[in-house]
Design a protein around this ligand. Sequence first.
Ligand SMILES: [Zn+2]
Ligand SMILES: [Zn+2]
Length: 642
Amino acid sequence: MPVTITLPDGSHRQVEPGTPVLAIASGISPRLADAALAAWVDDKMVDLTYPLTADARVRIVTNKSPEALELYRHSTAHLLAAAVTNLFPSTQCGVGPPTDEGFFYDFVVERPFVPEDLAAIEAKMKDLAASDYIFERQLWPRDEALAFFAQRGEPLKVQLIEEKTAGQSHVSVYTIKDRETFVDFCVGPHVPATGKLKAFKLTTTSNAYWKGDAKGQPMQRVYGTAFFTQKELDEHLTRLEEAKKRDHRKVGRELGLFTFHPFAPGAGFWMGKGTTLYNTLADYMRGRLFPAGYDEVKTPIVFNKALWEQSGHWSHYRENMFLVKSADGEEMGLKAMNCPGHYLLFSAEKHSYREMPIRFHEQTPLHRNEASGVLGGLTRVRQFSQDDAHCFVMESQIASEVEALLRLIQGIYGDFGLEYTAKLSTRPEKFIGEIATWDHAEQSLKQALDKAGQAYTINAGDGAFYGPKIDFDITDAIGRKWQCGTIQLDYVAPERFDLTYVGADNAEHRPVVIHRAIFGSFERFIAILIEHFAGAFPLWLAPVQATVLPIADRHLDYARQVQARLAAAGVRVLVDDRQEKVNLKIRDAQLQKVPYMLVIGDREAADGAVAVRSRSKGDLGARPLDQFLTDALAEIASKQVS
Ligand SMILES: [Zn+2]
Ligand SMILES: [Zn+2]
C-alpha cells in the first residue's frame, strides 16, 4: 500500500512505504534535493534518511528555512566533538547545544585547551567537513548503547541515556564516518553530511560544570559559531569585534559615566557626567510628554502587601520583588512597576469622560530582584527608572490614542537617529475577556498603525493574557536588535482596581488602560545609546559638549571667559587647565569623545575668538566666539546626529 504525502502547496504524492524523505525532495527537483538539510514530517523535524511509513505532510528544510540555522549549528557542535575526540582521545563529551550566537560543546579534559588547541581543533573540523562524511543515524538496543559508552569511559553519556531514554528499547546514536571516527548519543536531526558545514569558527573557551551545577563535574566549554556562508560568518565576527569595542561597561568606565559596587549589586552609581546624560534624557522625555497631554506624577516606592495582593503580584511576582518589613512588622514590597500606584492615583479623584484620556507619566525608581548571577552593566539591573506611562482611555479612544502614541514614538526614535521595527501581538490561547472585545482592540491597533503609516509584522497569539500589544525593536549601528518600546492594552487591571469614569450618559464606565514605554528603562536605553554611538554622543546628548583648551597659562583668563559665556547660554563646557601640551589635551578630549575642542592662544584671546576642532571633522579653523555659540546652539536644537 503506497503512502500519501502532502506537500506545503497542498499537492499530493504517492510513494512506497519506507521511502526516505530525501526522495520527496529529489522528486520535486534535483536542486531542492541538493539544498535539503532536513525535513518536517507532520510536526517532527527529521533527517533526510527518515523512512516515510504512513500518510504525512512533508516540508523540506533548506538554509532558507528559519529553523535551519539551529540545525546547522547543532550539527557543527557534533563536528567539534568529533574533532576533539580525534585529537584528544581521552576527552569525554558532555552536551553541545546550538545558541543564538552559535553553539558550544562541554568536555571533560585532562588539561584545559589553549588557543593553539582551538586552532588545531578547527583545522580538524575543516578536514572532517571536507571529507563530506555522512551523519548516519543508527538505532541501537538500549543495553548495547549503555554498555558501549560505559566501556568507552563515557559515564556522562551513560547518565544521559539513562535519564533521557528510560523505558525505550532502542536509542538513537549518530556516527560520522564510522564508530571509530565519531559516535554520539543524540535524538537528531542533523544535516545529511559534514560537507554541508561550510563556515564555522571556534571563538573561545570557558570553565563549565556538568549540567551547570557548580558542585558537579568540572568541564571545559568550547564556543563556536557557524553560518551558511563565509560572508555571513565574517560579518558576524566583525560585528562581535565591534560590539566588544562598544561594550557599554567598557565605554562607561572610559568616559567616567557610571560604576557599580558589590554593596549594591545591580544598582548603578552615576557619576557627574553619567548623571548629566541621564537627566538630559529624563528632561527630554518630559519636554516631549508635557505637550502631548501627560501629567508627570510621583507615587510611593514602598507599598503595603495589600496592594500587591490586589494587583496579583503577591501571588505571581513576589519572588522578583524586594520585600521589607516596617519596624512594627507591617509587610511591604518595593514597587517593581508603576501601574498599581497609578491605579490608586486615578481612583483618588472622580473622572468625567470630558477629561479622558488621562495620562500619568512617572520616572521614580523601580526595583526588581534579578538573580545576582545575571547582573552585568546597565542591561540587567535591580534598580532602574522607566519612562513609563499609563493612559486611561475610553474604548472608543483606543485607536486615536495609539495613533498619537505611534507618532510620538516615531518622533522620539527619530531624534536619536534610531531605526526600528514594530510588531503587533494578538490574542494568545490563554486570555481573559470576551473575544469581541479582543477583536475590537486588535482592529483599533491595526487602524492606528495604518493611520500613523507605521509598517509592522504580526506575532499571532503572542499578546499578553490581558490584551494585545505593539512592541518596538530598535536596530543599532552594528545591526543588533533591542526591544525597547511597548504599547499594551489592558482590560483586566481596570476590573481589579474598580476604575471608573462618568460617561456622557451620567453612568459609570470602565476605562481601558494603556501601559506604554518608549525608552523602556533609562538604564538600558543609555546602554543601547552608548553602544550605538560607541560613546560619541551627538552634541545635544553629550555630557560635555565642549572643552576649552588654553595653550599656556597666560590664556587661562580668556579661557574662563569663554567657558562662562557658553555656560550661561546652556552649553555644557569644561576648561582643561592642566599644564600640559595642547596636543595632549586634544588627544584626551578626543578620547573622551567631546564633540568640540576650543583651542585658545594669543590670537584667539586678542580677537575674542576660538579655534574650533570637531571630534569627527578635525580642525575647523578660528571664528568669533559668538559665531561658535550660535552654531552650537542651532546644532543642539536640531538634535543633529552626526
Ligand atoms: Zn545531535
Ligand atoms: Zn504598567
